[in-house]
Design a protein around this ligand. Structure first.
Ligand SMILES: [Zn+2]
Length: 391
């Protein structure tokens, strides 16, 4: 049994606490929370800073880890996508080394669970080692509705392979500009039948909405450069969110990733339509690619569940949820640390369906424990903080 204490403890499901001790079993289970005065100093494992549960990264692409520092920053989404398409192929050994480093980096940064996008089986061996809980989203894309059966067949093959590796997995759609409504329907049905969550990149740039509203702009240019015909695509004349969300099953937890251009209206409309919606922000990747952030301060008042992702090392300098929170607080100093910590722990765990184990210091859970050193103990500002994993 360990008796762990620090200047402050964020249990997440209740208010921050001072002068308290976490009672932890040898295998990391929360046994209880007691008053610090019930122990002698010698019985305590004492840390400076704040204790928080293990962090949940709800959006990553482990298999793009070898693309770290390969692309220039702030070029916009379409240029970024072209670069990824051109440079993602690499020697498998090089990819494996980069993924192992990325996995170890996340572990060290106190991340206990990851929602990870896969287009191939490349990352499955690493994920099967289980030092981090991974949920794999097998990502499908094709804007051609006539290809939907072939694409789904490939998706089912990847799902079967994931099962072979003993890893959790479900299907996901890539992004509004790269899928057909038919494909979204099939993915949604598959997730419903398997009772698994799904995700899609959403409202990532103005180019995305221009493509949906007028069929023109940079996304059309992307297809031209990739030599993919757009004969079957008819612009729906509605935003990407309005066009696609109705085809996602309302009973299935659905994560919208990025939401960079989401408006109040988008948030209210989507929340009314879909009761199991989660909104993921990846601020450092947004700054890297588009040099702009979603209006998180506005959105937090209009949506129920926010989660945090790092996106991949192709568009981020590190895989650290704490660094994402620091970026949010730098741009929106009004956003309080206890709110952000709830997004980065409990709500991520809820989305992945693992909140019986992860996400808070409730008795019986094995959530992992981190200490945030350098947190301001008066207003909880994270600006000069760093994270250390204890369990
Ligand atoms: Zn992504």
């Amino acid at each position: 049994m360990r008796h762990i204490t620090a200047d402050i403890i964020f249990p997440i499901t209740s208010q921050p606490m001072k002068e308290k001790v976490l009672l932890i079993s040898d295998d990391g289970q929360i046994i209880g929370i007691k008053d610090v005065h019930e122990f002698t100093e010698g019985e305590l494992e004492r840390y400076q800073g704040a204790l928080i549960p293990g962090l949940i990264n709800t959006h990553c692409h482990l298999e793009l880890s070898h693309l770290k520092n390969k692309f220039p920053e702030k070029t916009g989404l379409v240029e970024f996508l072209l670069q990824v398409t051109k440079l993602r192929e690499a020697d498998i050994a090089e990819k494996q080394i980069a993924m192992e480093k990325a996995d170890a980096e996340m572990y060290k940064n106190g991340i206990v669970a990851v929602g990870d996008i896969s287009n191939t089986i490349d990352s499955f061996p690493i994920k099967s080692k289980r030092n981090i809980h991974y949920h794999t989203f097998v990502e499908l894309l094709s804007i051609d509705p006539f290809k939907v059966f072939a694409v789904m067949q490939n998706g089912e093959k990847l799902l079967a392979s994931a099962r072979g590796f003993g890893i959790h997995a479900s299907l996901a759609a890539h992004a509004p500009y790269s899928v057909s409504i038919e494909l979204v329907k099939m993915i949604s049905r598959n997730c419903y039948e398997n009772g698994k969550p799904t995700t899609i990149h959403m409202l990532e740039s103005n180019d995305e909405n221009e493509f949906y509203l007028q069929g023109s702009g940079m996304i059309r240019k992307l297809y031209r450069e990739l030599n993919i015909p757009l004969n079957e695509f008819k612009p729906p004349r509605k935003t990407s969110l309005e066009s696609l969300l109705p085809y996602f099953n309302r009973n299935i937890k659905t994560l919208l990733v990025h939401n960079t251009i989401a408006t109040t209206w988008d948030a209210d409309w989507a929340e009314d339509l879909h009761p199991n919606l989660f909104w993921c922000f990846c601020p450092n990747a947004n700054l890297y690619i588009e040099d702009r952030l979603p209006d998180i301060l506005m959105l937090m008042d209009h949506v129920q569940y926010i989660t945090i992702g790092t996106d991949s090392l192709a568009s981020n300098h590190q895989l650290s949820i704490l660094e994402e929170l620091k970026t949010i607080q730098k741009i929106f100093p009004e956003i309080k640390t206890p709110d952000m910590l709830r997004w980065a722990t409990l709500y991520g765990a809820k989305f992945l369906g693992i909140d019986d184990t992860f996400g808070s210091f409730d008795i019986g859970k094995r959530p992992g424990i981190n200490v945030i050193e350098g947190i301001d103990l008066i207003n909880y500002s994270l600006s000069v903080s760093h994270i250390k994993r204890i369990i």
